[in-house]
Design a protein around this ligand. Structure first.
Ligand SMILES: NC(=O)c1ccc[n+]([C@@H]2O[C@H](COP(=O)([O-])OP(=O)(O)OC[C@H]3O[C@@H](n4cnc5c(N)ncnc54)[C@H](OP(=O)(O)O)[C@@H]3O)[C@@H](O)[C@H]2O)c1
Length: 254
C-alpha cells in the first residue's frame, strides 16, 4: 500500500515556509519537521542574524528573504532549483498589519499613501512575486501545494464591520493573485492545490495589539492554528485550487 505522507502527498514533504521564523509560519515549519519522513524544510526570514544561526536539524535550511525584494526572490529561486530534494510544498506565512509607525485605519481619514504602499508591498505584491518566481519550482506531474495565508477580513462579501482599509484591501488583492495564479498553474500543473487560507485569530505579534481583551479560548496558539491549516490542506484536492479556506475547512466567500 502507498503510504500517505503529510499534506496528503504520496511522497515525503520537501517544503519552503516563507516567513517561518516565528508566528504561524514558525509553528507550521516545526510541525513539518516533527514528521520523521520530512526530507527538507527551508524557512525564510528577513532577520539576518536568525538566518545565520546554525540549526541542529540537518533538514532545516534558513534563507534570507524579504518578499518585497525581487533580487532576493530571484536568488532564493535559483538556490532552491539546485537542491537535490526538489520542492513539493510552498507555504507563504508572511503578512503585515501594523508597524511602530502605523496601525490599521479605523476611518478613511487615516488613509495614507506610504502606509498603503507598505502594506500592499508585503500582503499583495510580495505574494505575487512568490507566484512568479517560486511556484514554477513545484512539480508538474504530481500533487503539490502552494498555499498563502490570507485573512477572512480580506473577503469583500464578508465585510460588515469596515475599517482596516489597507489590510483588508491588500488581502482581497492577494486572494485575486492566488486565484489567477491557480488558473494559470492548472494548465501545466493539473495536480497542484493553490489556495488562500484563513488561520483563525491567533496569538502572535501581528494580532497582539488587537487581542488584549480576548479570552484564551477565543484565540488559537500558533501551533493549534498551524495544525488546523495542515489538516485542511491535507484534505484539499486540485478541484479546490483557486479558493480561500478557513482553519476549519469552510470555504470563505470572495
Ligand atoms: N494572527 C492572526 O490572528 C491572523 C489572523 C488572520 C490572518 N493572519 C495572517 O497570518 C499570516 C501570519 O501572521 P502571524 O499572525 O503569524 O504574524 P507574525 O508572527 O507577525 O508573522 C508575520 C511574518 O511575516 C514576515 N514578514 C513581514 N514582512 C515581511 C517581508 N517584507 N518579507 C518577508 N517576510 C515578512 C515576518 O518574518 P520576519 O520578521 O522573520 O522576516 C513574520 O514571520 C499573515 O499573513 C497574517 O496576515 C493572522
Amino acid at each position: 500500500m502507498v503510504r500517505r505522507h503529510l499534506l496528503g502527498l504520496n511522497e515525503p514533504v520537501s517544503a519552503l515556509v516563507i516567513g517561518g521564523r516565528e508566528g504561524i509560519g514558525g509553528a507550521i515549519a516545526a510541525a513539518l519537521l516533527d514528521d520523521e519522513s520530512t526530507v527538507a524544510v527551508t524557512v525564510t526570514s528577513r532577520d539576518v542574524k536568525w538566518v545565520g544561526t546554525p540549526s541542529s536539524d540537518t533538514r532545516l535550511h534558513r534563507c534570507l528573504l524579504d518578499v518585497t525584494k525581487t533580487e532576493q526572490m530571484v536568488r532564493l529561486a535559483e538556490e532552491l532549483s539546485h537542491r537535490q530534494s526538489g520542492l513539493n510544498v510552498i507555504l507563504n506565512c508572511t503578512g503585515l498589519l501594523h508597524t511602530e509607525g502605523f496601525g490599521p485605519e479605523r476611518s478613511w481619514r487615516h488613509l495614507d499613501m506610504q502606509t498603503m504602499q507598505q502594506v500592499f508591498a508585503v500582503n499583495t505584491f510580495g505574494v505575487a512575486l512568490t507566484v512568479r518566481y517560486l511556484l514554477p519550482l513545484l512539480p508538474r506531474d504530481r500533487r503539490a501545494i502552494f498555499a498563502s495565508i490570507s485573512a477572512r477580513v480580506g473577503s469583500i462579501g464578508d465585510n460588515r464591520l469596515g475599517g482596516w482599509y489597507s489590510y483588508r484591501a491588500s488581502k482581497a488583492a492577494q486572494n485575486m493573485m492566488i486565484r489567477t495564479g491557480a488558473i494559470e498553474a492548472k494548465r501545466a500543473r493539473p495536480n497542484l492545490v493553490c489556495v488562500a487560507l484563513h488561520p483563525g485569530t491567533v496569538r502572535t505579534a501581528l494580532s497582539d495589539p488587537f487581542t488584549k481583551r480576548k479570552a484564551e479560548d477565543e484565540l488559537f496558539t500558533p501551533s493549534e492554528s498551524g495544525q488546523h491549516l495542515i489538516d485542511v490542506l491535507s484534505g484539499l484536492s486540485s478541484k479546490d485550487s483557486g479558493y480561500h479556506f478557513a482553519w476549519d475547512g469552510e470555504r470563505i466567500p470572495w
